[in-house]
Design a protein around this ligand. Structure first.
Ligand SMILES: [Zn+2]
Ligand SMILES: [Zn+2]
Length: 124
């Protein structure tokens, strides 16, 4: 089941909701799988850094670099739904330090930028 969920997630070229992934796994297996178990597996993937949650899109994306533990930054396109992943450790460290200067213990900064990707901006 985990392998089926991962290959379904990896088949999307943009962040996929748990329902999108459930539909893809169901289609691949020729039977309806439970959304709850897909949710549990996606959360497990996030905990193990195999997938990343794109919070503002309420969706998941396969992790391009599971071996490193960045605070990933996503540029989320409101037109096509695509997400471009960038890393900027200087920026994320600055956010962590600013939070800590307020006595806030940062667990995970969520840095997402909504807007239009280069392709969609060029189409408009
Ligand atoms: Zn990253
Ligand atoms: Zn776009």
């Amino acid at each position: 089941m985990r392998a089926a969920v991962f290959s379904a997630l990896a088949s999307f070229d943009r962040p996929a909701s748990a329902y999108d992934v459930t539909d893809a796994v169901s289609a691949a297996q020729g039977r309806r799988v439970a959304a709850n178990s897909v949710y549990r597996i996606l959360d497990l993937f996030v905990a193990r850094n195999v997938a990343t949650r794109v919070e503002s899109a309420n969706a998941y994306i396969a992790n391009a670099h599971p071996e490193c533990m960045h605070d990933c930054i996503f540029l989320v396109c409101d037109t096509c739904g695509g997400a471009t992943h960038i890393d900027d450790d200087v920026l994320s460290k600055r956010i962590r330090e600013t939070a800590e200067s307020k006595g806030f213990r940062a667990e995970k900064p969520v840095i997402e930028v909504r807007g239009r990707c280069a392709r969609c901006a060029a189409d408009a």
